[in-house]
Design a protein around this ligand. Structure first.
Ligand code: AMP
Length: 176
């Protein structure tokens, strides 16, 4: 992606101060989702990180990871697996708790979502402290999957989240 496209994406992201808690600057990506050109270039940028033949499935993390993850899965011709907040998935699940930039949470995956040995692309909108993505990677591993790549639309580099993801490749489109 050239620097002109990067600037267009950066300009479209809305910084919302003190949401959902005081002290957090929330990166609102909804203006990008609403713009067909920006949405398309975001998905192209994420898919450009991927060697298509080396992955079997795409995982998206609740909730904005579903948007980017399912569009990336569609673009790559792969299946999509949702990793959801606790209590939302209807079938048998594996669970993992984790610390957030703002609080604590639990995420879950269906226990038959990944076959042993499958190679997985993990997608989320934003990498902050890395707790969410690290928990998703633990779930993939518990089911016998191999995380090939974790890719994010935005990375807040000053929070050093990628240090928690040290055993897989990590890529991001926009870095702050
Ligand atoms: P973390 O576990 O700290 O890496 O947080 C990542 C998750 O929290 C992602 O699913 C993001 O959607 C969300 N998140 C954390 N911080 C922000 C932020 N400043 N702006 C928007 N989303 C955020």
């Amino acid at each position: 992606m050239n620097s002109f496209d990067i600037i267009k994406l950066e300009k479209a992201i809305r910084d919302v101060l003190d949401f959902p808690k005081p002290g957090i600057i929330f990166k609102d990506i909804t203006p990008i989702l609403a713009d067909p050109d920006l949405l398309s270039s975001s998905i192209k940028a994420l898919t450009s990180f991927v060697n298509n033949s080396s992955i079997d499935k795409v995982i998206g993390i609740d909730a904005r990871g579903f948007i980017f993850g399912s569009l990336v899965a569609g673009a790559l011709g792969k299946g999509f697996i949702p990793v959801r907040k606790e209590g939302k998935l209807p079938w048998k699940t594996e669970s993992q708790s984790y610390d957030l930039e703002y609080g604590q949470s639990v995420i879950e995956i269906h226990n038959d979502a990944i076959l042993p040995g499958e190679r997985i692309l993990v997608i989320d909108d934003l990498l902050a402290t890395g707790g969410t993505a690290a928990a998703a990677i633990k779930l993939v591993k518990r089911l016998g999957g191999i995380v090939d790549l974790a890719a994010f639309f935005i990375e807040l580099e000053f929070l050093n989240g990628r240090e928690l993801l040290n055993d897989c490749e990590v890529k991001s489109v926009l870095k702050y």
